[in-house]
Design a protein around this ligand. Structure first.
Ligand code: FE2
Ligand code: FE2
Length: 302
């Protein structure tokens, strides 16, 4: 991999730019009648040319972000990041502490209109709470983006956020900006460019090296503490080519198919709760302290 400068490395002014782009691609469905219900298994009937429009309309910063992401997320890169981080030998830190730690990540955008990282976590969790979802799911909402602390440890944006996709097999055309993969060395490795690549049909997503980012990391931190449905929400919430576009069916096993409705159930809480009133972290802390204590030890390995 050729060296890349910091400026080239960090095209986004705010991580929210990527999340806003998700919302442009997957607009919030109109609520039916008076009750606004989160959508389960929402799969828009999107035409190929509409898909291209999202790309054409993307901000230059978002386009540049995906250019770097698709160029540098090789299978080898993913495996090296797993070796680097998934031993969880970096530090020990409580869950609320980690949320405050992540909150140092101040994006270079208007602080009056944008949510802080902690506010986004609380908003997601509070909407789950208002809807009477189970306590483990509220907690899953609260922790789901804590893996973004990778940014504080020097990881470039393209290795922390953005849609994830399998490495080591052919890229689905349903991944956003697919032509940027032409610059990825794996694109020119014939062993990685067959439908199954290095995988077996039906091997299950657990065996697949998805592009590296905050999902896999927070999944790994939480895997001894949350139920499997919550873990799937954490691990695959950015895997839009799968949970929104239905790609990579041939890699799934029965467990993945059982988890998909849960991942889809979680997605609207992540995407569509952002623009409402800001939550009061100080007031909410006692509730979350108790909830965290119910599932996690005081200190967790990161
Ligand atoms: Fe996320
Ligand atoms: Fe999120």
């Amino acid at each position: 991999m050729s060296p890349i400068s910091i400026a080239e490395n960090q095209p986004l002014q705010s991580l929210d730019e990527v999340e806003d782009f998700y919302k442009e691609r997957y607009p919030e469905p109109k609520p039916e009648g008076e009750t606004k219900k989160p959508v389960v298994g929402y799969a828009p009937d999107k035409k190929e040319n509409e898909f291209r429009n999202y790309e054409a309309d993307a901000r230059p910063t978002v386009r540049e972000f995906y250019r770097l992401n698709h160029q540098f997320q090789t299978r080898e890169f993913v495996q090296s990041k797993k070796r680097e981080y998934l031993g969880l030998n970096r530090m020990k830190m409580g869950i609320w502490e980690a949320a405050e730690y992540l909150n140092q990540l101040v994006d270079d955008s208007d602080p009056d209109t944008d949510m802080s990282q902690l506010e986004h976590l609380l908003q997601t969790a509070e909407q789950l709470r208002r809807d009477g979802q189970p306590r483990w799911m509220i907690l899953t909402g609260f922790v789901h983006d804590l893996g973004k602390i990778l940014c504080l440890w020097g990881e470039p944006q393209w290795a922390v956020v953005g849609d994830t996709f399998p490495t080591g097999c052919a890229y689905s055309p349903k991944i956003v900006f697919p032509r940027f993969f032409e610059a990825n060395p794996d694109f020119h490795n014939p062993a990685y460019q067959t439908k199954l690549g290095v995988y077996q049909e039906g091997c299950g997503l657990d065996a697949v090296d998805l592009s590296w980012g905050h999902d896999e990391y927070i999944y790994s931190v939480c895997k001894d503490y949350l139920p499997q449905e919550g873990l799937a929400m954490l691990r695959f919430h950015s895997f839009y080519p799968w949970h929104r576009e239905g790609a990579y069916e041939y890699l799934l096993n029965d467990h993945d198919r059982a988890m998909l409705p849960w991942v889809n159930k979680f997605n609207p809480y992540d995407l569509y709760t952002k623009s409402h009133e800001k939550p009061d972290a100080k007031k909410l802390k006692p509730f979350y302290d108790e909830l965290i204590h119910e599932f996690f030890p005081d200190k967790v390995r990161w």
